[in-house]
Design a protein around this ligand. Structure first.
Ligand code: CA
Length: 224
């Protein structure tokens, strides 16, 4: 398993230990210490998962989590120093995927990261749209019907679906695809999107949730 982990932690020693363990398990990681940096960074770089400490300088983890959930479904694991805090956090329905209490073993954190990623991508369901994305198999189904997407089309759909309503420019979509060399292609984003839409519409002609934003790019907008 691989991916980009954003570690938000203001104790550098702890952050570095986590980073080392994650690296040894095949993940890349980025460290941020100040709460105010997190949301802008996430908007720009879209990590695969976030380890988010609760008590941070600048802005607290709860607030950050709520803010991220307004534009992204990226998996978030909240890290708290007090076990009794977890009940309260659960009650607040912040949208975090898991909670870890300090002190923890880095090994446990890596295991939780893997578990949350597996859960997030195993039959990741998009509400009310009948769309299911299975990352392990690069398979997307709509109302149970396999869309037969290519890896590139799947990647684009996954990117758009991950942040409903967010507009992605062509360059951003290209960057996401090109992060992995296997997806390099000289065809344009527009033609990939065209095929993707055709496949979606042949499974369900009323499914028009990928919209072009004239002169800007594309977005996934679920029907209400
Ligand atoms: Ca802290």
């Amino acid at each position: 398993m691989s991916g980009k982990v954003l570690i938000v932690e203001d104790e550098p020693k702890l952050a570095n230990v986590l980073s080392d363990y994650l690296k040894a398990s095949g993940f890349e990681s980025v460290l941020l210490e100040n709460g105010t940096e997190v949301v802008p960074w996430v908007r720009e770089h879209m990590p695969d998962i976030i380890l988010l400490d609760l008590m941070l300088p600048g802005r607290d983890g709860m607030d950050i989590c709520k803010d991220i959930r307004t534009f992204s479904r990226v998996p978030i694991i909240m890290v708290t120093a007090r076990v009794e805090e977890i009940d309260r956090l659960l009650g607040l329905e912040l949208g975090a995927d898991d909670y870890i209490c300090k002190p923890f073993s880095p090994r446990e954190v890596v295991a939780r990261v893997k578990a949350v990623l597996r859960r997030a991508f195993d039959g990741h369901t998009v509400q009310a749209q009948g769309l299911v994305l299975d990352e392990d198999r690069y398979q997307a189904t709509l109302h149970g019907r396999d869309l037969g997407l290519t890896a590139v089309e799947f990647k684009i759909l996954q990117l758009l679906v991950g942040s409903p309503g967010r507009i992605y420019g062509r360059q951003q979509i290209m960057d996401k695809m090109y992060r992995d060399d296997r997806f390099v292609s000289d065809r344009t984003v527009d033609s990939h999107i065209k095929k993707l839409r055709r496949k979606i519409e042949s499974a369900d002609p009323t499914a028009t949730f990928i919209h072009s934003v004239y002169g800007v790019g594309y977005k996934f907008e679920p029907e209400s």
